[in-house]
Design a binder for this molecule. Structure first.
Ligand code: ADP
Ligand code: MG
Length: 336
């Protein structure tokens, strides 16, 4: 009503026509309401300046990432080591993460474990940008990304899955994975609307990349299924494929084995090793299944009440008295 008065004028007959415009305009533009996302997509593509042709297959051995975290350039010239320096995240009065120093070196599979509520998911949310830390600094390859928005972090090469599966229920498996691929495409609003050849080519490439990512997790056979029709274990694989389709350097997995049977867990362990070895992915794994964590991870960080209480190899962490106490306190065994 206010807009009508402002546009038309309170005492003028044009007030009437402004009312007509304001009523009719949304109707006329209704067909466009689904397209606002394209604006975001164009925006992030412009920021990225990157358009790789698809999820890369296994890289040649010469591209093998070093294990020591000391060298090696990732996309955009950055080294993909993640460093958290004195990170604290406070919710109300509760420090979900407190003064955490954590380094995930390029090329490693790093486990992040701890009892329920110890701050593992919050840590992933801080690295992916869903949360901004109360204090502290997050670096990716030496670059400060503490305040970089989540979408830009994806473009920089950080991908993740969620503890509570977050797939689009009404999109097919393939579409779910293609959605994430749009962070690497460039087509703006006009080419998309007009279905220009460049846009169609890009769409086909996105489809190929999404299929390639599904192939990596052995889910390409279910590309047309709806996520709800798949068992939990397979939905988690689709989430991994969606993360892979962003063409990441760092992959963060939040309890990927939850809901998986023993066979699926073993396959997951092999998949994680393969992603690290053949696709040069640095992996940060949050997981409750201790057998999986101990077998998959080179190094572990243990949280309790948001603070780091242990760090080192699986062997060192298992023998750490603070870790044993934290787990016994919550009646969970370390590497039973
Ligand atoms: P974990 O993943 O280790 O089980 P979380 O990181 O999810 O633990 O949670 C750590 C603590 O922070 C918990 O006490 C949780 O209730 C709290 N927490 C997490 N996210 C929020 C939030 N968005 N708002 C308030 N409290 C939160
Ligand atoms: Mg969690």
């Amino acid at each position: 009503m206010l807009a009508m008065l402002l546009i038309g004028g309170r005492m003028s007959p044009y007030g009437c026509s402004s009312a007509a415009v304001i009523t009719v305009l949304p109707e006329l533009l209704r067909g466009l309401q689904d397209w606002w996302v394209i604006g975001l997509r164009t925006h992030s593509a412009r920021h990225s300046g990157v358009c790789s042709p698809g999820f890369p297959g296994p890289a040649p051995a010469t591209r093998r990432a070093p294990q020591d975290g000391s060298s090696g350039k990732g996309r955009g010239g950055g080294v993909n080591t993640i460093e958290l320096k004195g990170i604290t995240k406070i919710f109300g009065g509760l420090a979900a993460v407190s003064s955490l120093d954590l380094t995930v070196a390029k090329g490693e599979i790093h486990g992040l474990i701890g009892p329920n509520g110890s701050g593992k998911s919050t840590t992933l949310n801080l690295i992916s940008g869903q949360y901004i830390p109360t204090s502290g600094q997050i670096l990716l390859g030496g670059r400060d990304i503490t305040r970089v928005p989540p979408a830009e972090r994806t473009v920089l090469g950080i991908a993740r899955t969620f503890q509570n599966i977050r797939l689009f229920r009404r999109l097919s498996v393939l579409d779910n994975v293609m959605v994430s691929r749009y962070c690497r495409t460039r087509s703006g609003l006009v080419p998309v609307f007009l279905r220009l050849p460049s846009e169609r080519r890009e769409e086909a490439q996105a489809r190929e990349a999404a299929l390639a990512a599904l192939r990596v997790v052995d889910m390409d056979g279910r590309a047309d299924a709806l996520p709800g029709d798949l068992p939990y274990g397979q939905q988690r694989l689709v989430e991994i494929a969606r993360a892979l389709a962003t063409d990441p350097q760092v992959l963060m997995l939040d309890e990927p084995a939850a809901g998986m049977n023993p066979t699926e867990k073993r396959d997951l362990q092999l998949l994680i090793a393969r992603l690290n070895r053949e696709h040069q992915l640095t992996i940060l794994l949050v997981e409750h299944d201790m057998d999986l964590v101990m077998a998959a991870c080179g190094r572990l960080t243990v949280l309790n009440f948001g603070a780091k209480i242990g760090e080192g190899s699986a062997y060192e962490v298992r023998a750490n008295p603070d870790v044993i106490e934290a787990y016994l306190g919550s009646e969970e065994a370390v590497g039973a």
